[in-house]
Design a protein around this ligand. Structure first.
Ligand code: NAD
Length: 358
């Protein structure tokens, strides 16, 4: 038990449960929204259309095209749309890309966000923004981009394909795994992280086996909520930085990268954070977490190799150098050699041995 800590984790109001999407009009009204900018991904178009028909407020602007990693030109166009339409509330339906675009608008305009997530990525629970320009993805924290209200309706995830459910679920798992060894972890964030990890470890195999299983979807969303919360409440380490570089610079799919890299970062980090990593082991039935992460990814059909998702071995050096330019807080000192070792292991995709420190 940590004897001294600062716990400072502002979190949105959360409305959770099957069918809660019908609460979006009332929650928008509660936030005082009269002129709404509605952002939605392709899969959420019908839900957004239904919302616009049922809300008393005006949907004065709609954005239906979003892109991963928040390209600068997409963000700037959305900010202009919000200004032109004199929006007073952003309502977004979709995964991390739709929510990321909403945050880009909020960052420039201070408009409040009501988020209705449809994946397990967790962005809705954080004040972390991202923006990609000239092949570099920048991220930062700004309290103004933290959504005011989040509505988790697991029915909206029933159509999320098994493959995306698996990778997005591994993205959520990564939040919990890095939270347990974060320098600003508290007993509460560790409790949330380990509870979230257990929920995800239990639910994700059921989700991919039967994507229409509402109970499994509900459990997975519960885990995703807690994981997103701890992502927002703690400093993320090397794993998250590495994934942003691999996505932002090399255009690799965000959630698949998380899955392919996570077991190897945890294997590398656990020598320097044995207690933190051990805190997560109940989620894995007491097994070695790095190996268990590889087993979970394999069980649910998520990638365990960077080669398999299109990363080129010749890009390892550049990736390691970019990460090393501004190393994140991490239990083990970040170095070009260390990141290179992790990337080589992740490229090969072989199951980490128990206690493997590379
Ligand atoms: P995404 O939002 O890009 O969605 C992936 C695909 O899934 C899209 O084609 C989308 O239309 C589809 N989709 C989404 N929900 C669906 C559903 N319910 N049914 C069917 N299809 C659906 O993917 P993501 O993994 O949710 O988000 C990735 C982005 O989020 C990245 O840019 C990442 O950097 C960002 N992110 C940010 C944070 C943060 O705290 N700022 C946290 C996690 C992820």
């Amino acid at each position: 038990m940590t004897s001294r800590f600062v716990h400072d984790a502002p979190a949105p109001r959360v409305v959770f449960g099957a069918g809660t999407v019908t609460e979006v009009p009332a929650e928008a009204e509660r936030l005082g929204g009269r002129r709404l900018l509605v952002i939605s991904t392709g899969s959420a178009q019908l839900v957004a259309d239904t919302f616009c028909r049922h809300t008393a407020a005006g949907c004065v602007a709609r954005i239906t095209k979003v892109a991963m990693h928040v390209p600068a030109e997409v963000a700037d166009a959305a900010v202009a749309a919000a200004a032109d339409s004199r929006t007073d509330l952003i309502v977004c339906f979709g995964g991390g890309s739709a929510i990321g675009l909403a945050k880009a608008v909020a960052k420039d305009t201070a408009l409040p966000i009501l988020a209705v997530p449809t994946t397990y990525a967790g962005s809705e629970m954080t004040s972390i923004w991202g923006r990609t320009e000239g092949g570099r993805k920048r991220t930062g924290r700004d309290p103004s981009v933290l959504p005011k209200t989040v509505i988790y309706d697991p029915e909206l995830t029933l159509g999320l394909p098994a493959s995306l459910s698996a990778t997005s679920g591994m993205n959520a798992v990564a939040h919990g795994m890095e939270a347990v060894y974060a320098p600003d972890a508290t007993p509460v964030t560790t409790l949330l992280a380990t509870t979230g990890l257990s929920a995800l470890a239990n639910a994700l195999p059921r989700v991919v086996d039967t994507p229409s299983d509402l109970d499994a979807r509900t459990d997975a969303f519960y885990g995703a909520w807690l994981s997103g919360w701890v992502l927002g409440a703690t400093s993320m380490g090397l794993h998250h930085t590495l994934c942003h570089v691999l996505g932002g610079t090399f255009g690799l799919p965000h959630s698949a990268v998380h899955s392919a890299v996570l077991p190897y970062v945890i294997a590398w980090n656990q020598v320097s954070a044995p207690e933190g990593v051990a805190a997560a082991s109940p989620a894995w039935g007491g097994a070695d977490p790095a190996a268990a992460l590889w087993d979970l990814a394999t069980r649910i059909g998520a990638p365990t190799s960077l080669e398999a998702i299109g990363f080129r071995i010749e890009d390892i050096t550049e990736t390691a150098q970019i990460v090393n330019e501004s190393p994140p807080p991490n239990p083990r000192a970040v170095s070009v050699a260390g990141v290179t070792d992790i990337l080589r292991a992740a490229y090969r995709g072989v199951r980490p041995d128990a206690g493997d420190s590379r």
